[in-house]
Design a protein around this ligand. Sequence first.
Ligand code: SF4
Length: 385
Amino acid sequence: MAGVYVHIPFCKSRCIYCDFFSTTSLEERTRYVNALCKEIEARRDYLHTSKQNGKVSIDTIYFGGGTPTQLSADDIKNVMECLHRIYDVSREAEITIEGNPDDLNRRMLDNLLKVGFNRLSMGIQTFSDERLRFLCRRHTAEAAAHAVEEAKRAGFGNISIDLMYGFPNETLSEWENDVSVAIGLGIQHISAYSLMYEEGTALYRMREEGKVEEVDEELSLSMYEMLMDKLEDAGFEHYEISNFSRPGFRSRHNSSYWNGIPYIGVGAAAHSFDGKSRQWNPSSLSCYITGMEGGTLSVEKEELSEWQRYDECIMTGLRTSDGVNLDALRQMFGNERLRYCMDCAEKYIHDGLLEIISSPYSLRLTRKGIFVSDSIMAELMSDED
Ligand code: SF4
């Protein structure tokens, strides 16, 4: 089955590291939601997957941002009702919303459950107030822990949090403390990323001006290793390079990206994939809203060549603990590309960085290989268009 991603590009304030498309001008929220509903209706036939009663069946919905919880309860409800009108949403669908801890009061949480969300993804990042202030996040560590408890009390049984490590001057034991606090929350899923200095962000400028210094690579690797050890000891499965879950709680929506399953993304800057091509909406609120209102939205599209699809398959597959399914690779791209992949993989298998598993027949990174995953992926990819 397929999934729908809904982009909500509103944030109350900007965090210094963020390069996602979002705006702090909140006045256009309801106009934006109306445009979203128009797009959902207009593109009802984008996905060519199975149908039920004339409607395309979907089994994941993901509201991401931005900060989806910056929408009013009525606006969120309107988008959900529209999705249910257009799609056959499976009874067991995973329906996720991203939220910031300071928006998640009991009333908001009850409303989210009422309109059908069953998974909450919270942008916590760290349990240090000092580091939260550095990032310009709006919440405190205490507010984050409180929001998780409220969400559990309200009835959310599938909660994910985002964490970051590798802050300037952060020590290994400070990061270990963050991981311990996260484990103690009794949540089902953790995504953890090293702090990135993306061009165009305030954080990037701070580094260029010498105001902050990036953590050194050796410490960053130790932080990642400690994260893996601690979460695995606590019973989490390390199922993707940056993602850990309790058994049975992998993110189904994100897993379908990594497995090459088609999805539609609606909203400004949202990307869609139909199995053969990608397309994306303009990264401008006004272009998106006026384009949808006037029926003139111009999208960009890229047809993927077979080699590009092969590259994506390698890149996304190797990120996961299941690895690249080699039988599926052969079926999709033929023996020649399978041979290309295995020829490139040979030296890494020999060095203990990649391994073959037999059931299903797959190629995956070993624990040692995870630390040099970027260079292994680059080596196995084709470099061709
Ligand atoms: S809340 Fe999220 S999307 Fe908004 S600025 Fe911060 S990191 Fe970016």
